[in-house]
Design a protein around this ligand. Structure first.
Ligand code: SF4
Length: 471
């Protein structure tokens, strides 16, 4: 289909994947890539079996094990009976329905949102679905990627389609340039703080502007990953030379002449000059500081030099949540966030466990020691990330500093394996959610920040400004 002038990537990808308009007014959208994992797929496969369906497009479906996988020893059977059971189910379902599985012995296992781009499965112009909220990550490659629930996983398995309403589109432009010590995580936390955790409801976000265009692919993945935390249905960046360079040579990317043909099509899917948006928001990238969350949602954050805000100054509907957050986190109004003692430091998750994240944290940890009494974990996002990091000696830098070097998985992002906070512990975390109970303890407290800031906090034993530790 030929694109008309002035269209956005959202328009073009949506149109290219529309099967028909449903009586409900929603679009029946073809899904180009379906990624599955052990937690949200067992029930979906069961429903599929009961309905007597097969998987409609097994060649467009890929599985990995990430959420429950242990990170100390991954020897089967796992010590955790439930984790072992979920894994057995996934292996069996993949075998029965002919779905490729990146198992623990594949060298390709890892967090679903890390391995998709890393293997070149995620490509520009695609529609992607996965039974996990942070599927928005894949938008960094120039795809429309949607997190879905278990019954939708069933629908995609059975039909390779989803019924969806087309979202509105907000372009978020990040202008000028970031200062040293300010990372992609700080950019997205600032966006969410500015627009609110519900600010993106009904929208997809197109990220643009010099700061975004200057980012590496891994930095872009961090930004898109947290679109959902700002309430957006999806988030994407337009594919460009950085995207194509990143994809070249990856195992599932087109090879040789097919790659060049693909690049021409991928370029044609980018938003046209002159396209219009439902809303445009501009941020000054040069004004962004290293950010730390102080509350119980990712929008409750301040710059590291800032102080805990007064709920009386919160936008009306948020006053109650701010008060709840202060009480839960045990913060006082006006208290500086820097200096807040931590118990645990976690570098990992689909937001920030790629090679460049580990490099940035290792740069801070190199030649320094984790403060006494702090439990510090580094959990690579995939087996490939672990291998690349080990080839550079990053694991030794972390271990010499006193961090534990773990095997790939979601780990303490959500504490579905043995990596959990205990009691009221405070965790400096490079993950994406600081909801109450998220890290495995109903009373545990999470402070979100960039991986370099987590490393700085581990060394100081408290929230610290990474800019003072950069060499
Ligand atoms: S790392 Fe966290 S957010 Fe990402 S897929 Fe795993 S559990 Fe979900």
């Amino acid at each position: 289909m030929t694109a008309t002038m002035g269209e956005t990537l959202l328009d073009k990808v949506w149109r290219a994947h529309t099967v028909r308009t449903l009586p409900s007014g929603q679009t029946q959208l073809l899904i180009g890539l379906h990624l599955i994992h052990e937690v949200t797929s067992p029930q979906a496969f069961q429903m599929l079996r009961e309905a007597g369906f097969r998987v409609r497009m097994p060649a467009r479906t890929f599985a990995t094990i990430d959420h429950i996988v242990p990170t100390v020893s991954q020897q089967r059977p796992f010590g955790d009976v439930l984790a072992e059971e979920m894994t057995v189910h996934l292996v069996r379902n993949c075998k029965e329905f002919g779905i490729p599985l990146f198992d623990l012995d594949s060298g390709r296992q890892g967090i679903v949102h890390v391995i998709g781009p890393e293997l070149g499965l995620t490509q520009p112009g695609m529609t992607i679905a996965c039974g996990d909220s942070h599927t928005s990550t894949h938008g960094a490659i120039g795809a429309l990627a949607f997190g879905i629930g278990t019954s939708q996983v069933r629908d995609v398995l059975a039909t390779q389609c989803l019924a969806m309403a087309k979202p509105k589109l907000r372009q978020i432009r990040v202008e000028r340039a970031l200062a040293r010590g300010v990372f992609a995580k700080d950019v997205i936390l600032t966006i969410i703080q500015r627009l609110g955790v519900k600010g993106g409801v009904g929208y997809a976000y197109e990220y643009a502007g010099p700061v975004i265009e200057g980012m590496s692919m891994e930095e872009r993945l961090t930004v898109c990953n947290m679109s959902i935390e700002g309430g957006a249905r999806a988030g994407y960046m337009n594919p460009d030379a950085t995207t194509f360079e990143y994809l070249k040579g990856r195992p599932f990317a087109p090879q040789g002449a097919a790659f060049d043909r693909a690049v021409a099509w991928w370029q044609s899917m980018a938003t046209d000059a002159g396209a219009t948006f439902d809303d445009v928001v501009r941020l000054d990238g040069a004004a962004i500081q290293p950010v730390v969350t102080w509350g119980i949602n990712p929008g409750q954050s301040v710059g590291v030099a800032g102080r805990i805000p007064d709920p009386a100054e919160a936008p009306g509907p948020e006053r109650v949540t701010w008060r709840e957050a202060l009480a839960f986190m045990d913060f006082k109004v006006g208290q500086p966030i820097a200096g807040t003692s931590i118990d645990v430091a976690f570098i990992g998750s689909c937001t920030n466990a790629r090679l460049s994240d580990l490099r940035a944290a290792a740069e801070v940890a190199r030649g320094r020691k984790v403060a006494k009494g702090i439990r510090a974990l580094v959990v690579p996002g995939s087996q490939a990330v672990a291998k690349a990091a080990e080839a550079e000696g990053l694991h030794e830098i972390f271990q010499e500093a006193g961090f534990e070097w773990r095997k790939a998985g979601c780990s303490m992002c959500l504490g579905m394996n043995e990596d959990k906070l205990q009691g009221r512990e405070v965790c400096a975390s490079s993950s994406n959610r600081n909801f109450i109970g998220r890290q495995g303890s109903p009373t545990g407290r999470t402070l979100l920040m960039s991986p370099a800031m987590v490393a700085a906090a581990a060394i100081a034993g408290a929230v610290a400004d990474v800019r003072e530790l950069l060499r």
